[in-house]
Design a protein around this ligand. Structure first.
Ligand SMILES: [Zn+2]
Ligand SMILES: [Zn+2]
Length: 316
């Protein structure tokens, strides 16, 4: 494997993207050779302030005017005659090994209709998500927020973790671990907005919905373990990922009457918004329920919260 700084001008279709930055020297272009022939290439470096990236303090939303300490894979391609021989992995590994010390990790995006490419990145230790919160340092709570882009999915992982994974020493089930972290973050947010309380009716409704087969789903559901949301007033009980949820809410707004109870399907004056979350299923169910549906306690002796379910409620 050789380092080719001049590759930017070599006429590859990705040269424009590599030439994007103000500091071309910080980009890394590597080429894999086999018997005197180029059989693969990778281009990685600062992401530049692309439209998909909003740099902000997670707590305050302040914009940052510099490249975040993450590298983006701008391009990775292997000659079809050499695919499946480990060239791509070797190129990726070479970038991970050359990652500057102050760079937290690597990310990139891939089209949703390329399941083989998505699976390739997953097997190499990347987390796949519709959007991502990338920390600015290993310790800080501020980060870069990658917004969801229609038809695209992001892959990302911290450099040290990628290094471990590629060396065969990574966590098993790392995606599940990250999904659980995301679940707990959502749980804290739900808990702040609508504190948990003792009513159990909506837990029963949520369990019913959780057991119902999914009628439809956003395109990110099949990407693997991730936090999903179901609204009880959605006639299809569609499971959507958290980033897709606001857009999905707009499509079902007509059913979201504030005095409609999703439990008994009646119009009631005392409907409140309730939610239940299930950590095992990484699922949140939200419903508008009337007072009697909220107070619909299970039989005596059975009114303990089943493990995994978290409950909350607030004004509709
Ligand atoms: Zn989605
Ligand atoms: Zn009701």
């Amino acid at each position: 494997m050789r380092r080719e700084k001049q590759l930017v001008a070599a006429g590859y279709p990705w040269d424009q993207r590599l030439g994007d930055g103000d500091t071309p020297s910080s980009y890394l272009a590597l080429v894999a050779w086999c018997e005197g022939r180029r059989v693969g290439q990778i281009g990685a470096g600062p992401p530049g302030l692309k439209p998909e990236a909003i740099l902000r303090d997670r707590t305050g939303g302040a914009l940052l005017r510099r490249d975040p300490p993450w590298w983006k894979i701008h391009s990775l391609a292997v000659d079809p005659s050499h695919q499946g021989t480990g060239v791509g992995t070797a190129l990726l590994q070479a970038v991970v090994e050359r990652l500057p010390r102050d760079i937290v990790g690597i990310y990139g995006s891939v089209e949703l209709d390329r399941p083989q490419a998505i699976a390739w990145y997953r097997r190499r230790g990347f987390y796949l998500a519709a959007n991502a919160s990338l920390p600015l340092s290993q310790r800080s709570t501020t980060g870069i927020q990658l917004l969801s882009v229609p038809d695209q999915v992001f892959f990302y992982r911290r450099g040290a973790e990628l290094h471990q994974h590629l060396a065969g020493k990574g966590y098993s089930n790392f995606e599940r671990r990250i999904a659980r972290e995301e679940y707990r973050r959502e749980l804290r947010m739900h808990g702040r907005l609508m504190p948990a309380r003792g009513d159990l009716g909506y837990r029963q409704l949520a369990s019913r919905i959780a057991q119902a087969p999914p009628e439809a789903a956003c395109p990110h559901v099949w990407l693997g373990p991730r936090v999903l949301v179901v609204d009880a007033w959605d006639p299809n009980l569609t499971r959507v990922c958290v980033p897709c949820h606001p857009r999905h809410l707009e499509t079902i707004a007509v059913y979201d009457a504030s005095d409609h109870c999703d439990g008994c399907q009646r119009t009631k004056p005392d409907v409140e918004l309730s939610w239940a979350g299930n950590e095992d299923g990484l699922l949140f169910v939200t419903a508008g329920l009337c007072a009697s549906c909220r107070a619909d306690l299970p039989p005596a002796g059975a009114n303990r919260r089943p493990s995994g379910w978290f409950l909350g409620s607030g004004r509709a």
